[in-house]
Write a protein that binds this ligand. Sequence first.
Ligand SMILES: [Zn+2]
Length: 257
Amino acid sequence: MSARPELGTTKSFFRKVRPELYWFHPPDGGELHVVVTKVGLVLVDSGLLRHREVILGLWRQAGLDPRKIRLGFMTHFHADHVGAMGWWSREFGFSVVAHANAAKVVEKGDLVITGTKIPYAGFDEDFVPCPIRHKVVGGERFPVGKHNFKVSAAPGHTVGSIHILCGDLLFVGDTLFADGSIGWMDVHWGSNPEDYVHTLEQMRPLCGALCAPGHGPPFRLSRTLIKRACKIVSFYIPLGHGLGFPRVPRHSPDRAR
Ligand SMILES: [Zn+2]
């Protein structure tokens, strides 16, 4: 979920960003990314359930076979990103990686925490509960063929957000977008501004990496974008700025209570 209405409903398409990286853009909701390895495909996020046929159509156009998916990653538990992952993993028989804190939410299919039903925002989606075979906390590696997928905890936008690094490719979910904007902050999904800044700071050593975000086009990670995002997030730090009190406890790996 990004606080960016201009992303609304658009024409769906796919892009072959690199020989091994495909970006799938459904009419609305979150992006999907696919990494092509010698032993099969790796799926990062699934998008909304109601877009599965549109997305499968784009896969056919791209010449990709979903039966070759070997592993799925959930960047975070929001329905616009993973509302369909339970369907994909059952339909095509692959296991899924998610943060241990997100696993509890997606295995149950909690409609509030996942932002599946938000009447005032016109969100009335579906969420297919998804079994999580690989519950991670950060630092885990998943080799698929010659590719290595390294997970890091990335709390801030939500509890249970992760980033996945594969070579110089960084999947960042809703942490950061191409214009330096940030994911939707809300206590219902455990947003925490201090954690968010911590997560953004953790990304600094990766400047230059190609980021694949949860909304919008891939972009090169830069100090400028991190700085801009930190500035936006820091607005929420003063308790008077409306992110609610008591503040959601911190979940940054080294600061969690
Ligand atoms: Zn989100």
